[in-house]
Design a protein around this ligand. Structure first.
Ligand code: SAH
Length: 347
């Protein structure tokens, strides 16, 4: 599974050295892999016998775009990729004035169980490898012909539940001989796995941490996010304060407004109270209606925003892209899974 592509440059150099190759080959092969070759024969400056050896030991598998939806409203492109083992994942290319952003998945499915989220309905199948995360960026770029300048780890899966692979992916995508995408252009979103936040804090990366808050009180949060029963929101706020104190970086809090669940004024007040001492930014998200969920979008978006702002907080409403193409993550994979099931049962 993209074994070579998951290796860092020193590791790849070492692997090739063990095959009897000179040290400079590492960088050459690394660069080719990160360009998105689909056959080793594309590596023009690599001797033919080494290409054969690599082909035999490390077959190149690349994700296949099994579905592609292009929004007529804003040009957002959503990909459903089939991986080498038949599993499917999603990535979304979003076009903003300041550049293109790709939203990638970190796992096949998710085990976090958030009640409003389509990605978690069928649980987690497996973690993605660093190479599979990298491929989403590379092949979105190649397929769309659009350069990607920003990455958000906000697709299917919980990045901090696959942190080793995610860190390796970050090192790869950041590398000057590869895609060379700066950490400041990368955001990572977590549902609140506290130990992972502490680990990230120690690394002091320049990326933007997003925390899916969705409720500032334990009772509501436990109701909509089971992770809150393992790591209570009080522990989460403490971890966020620690993160800010250690890294000096502002955290972005995601908050999908659900009618009559988390959209009360007292909850806005509580958010302000809990974020005191930290320059938090609250990103309000209009809830995407997921067919399987009974939660409904709130009509209090503007009021809630004003209430947060009255406490001096920065609160923005996320512009919704790809409204016509199921662009909220998990929905396309979910549709494809349902159709496959229907196909099987009708046979
Ligand atoms: N597991 C990570 C990243 C994936 S989800 C996390 O939880 O942060 C990306 C964002 O979409 C999260 O903030 C998630 O809570 C939010 N989300 C999931 N389903 C949604 C829905 N139906 N409407 C609005 N936002 C949703």
């Amino acid at each position: 599974m993209n074994e070579l592509k998951s290796l860092t440059l020193p590791e790849l150099t070492e692997t090739l050295r063990a095959m009897g190759e000179p040290a400079f080959r590492g960088k050459q092969v690394f660069t080719w892999l990160h360009k998105g070759i689909t056959s080793y024969d594309e590596m023009g400056n690599i001797p033919k016998d080494l290409r054969r050896k690599l082909e035999a030991s490390y077959p190149l598998d690349v994700p296949r775009p099994v579905r592609k939806q292009v929004s007529r409203l804003d040009g957002t492109i959503k990909y459903l990729w089939e991986l080498e083992d038949g599993n499917c994942i999603e990535s979304v290319l979003m076009r903003y004035r300041h550049g293109n952003t790709v939203c990638i998945s970190s796992q096949v499915g998710c085990r976090m169980g958030c009640a409003f989220c389509a990605s978690t309905i069928a649980g987690k199948v497996r973690d993605l490898t660093p190479g599979e995360m990298l491929d989403q960026v590379i092949f979105t770029q190649l397929d769309s012909g659009e350069p990607v300048s920003n990455i958000v780890l906000m697709g299917i899966g919980e990045p901090l539940d696959n942190l080793d692979a995610v860190l390796r992916f970050l090192e790869l995508v950041n590398h000057p001989d590869g895609l060379n995408i700066g950490m400041r252009h990368i955001s990572l979103s977590t549902c609140g796995l506290v130990p992972g936040i502490f680990r990230l804090a120690e690394l002091e990366l320049q990326l933007t941490l997003s925390v899916s808050l969705h409720a500032p009180d334990s009772e509501t949060r436990s109701r909509i996010m089971p992770v809150n029963r393992a790591y209570d929101v009080e522990e989460l706020f403490a971890a966020c304060h620690h993160y800010f104190q250690t890294t000096g970086r502002r955290i972005s809090f995601e908050y999908a407004l659900i009618g009559n669940v988390n959209d009360h004024d007292w909850q806005a007040d509580l958010i302000a109270q809990k974020l005191r001492g930290m320059p938090g930014h609250v990103n309000l998200i209009p809830l995407n209606d997921v067919a399987e969920s009974s939660f409904k979008p709130s009509g209090r978006l503007a009021d809630f925003q004003k209430r947060l702002e009255s406490h001096g907080l920065t609160a923005t409403v996320r512009r919704s892209l790809g409204g016509d193409i199921d662009a909220s993550c998990g929905q396309l994979r979910r549709k494809a899974m349902e159709e496959a099931q229907k196909g099987e049962s009708s046979q």
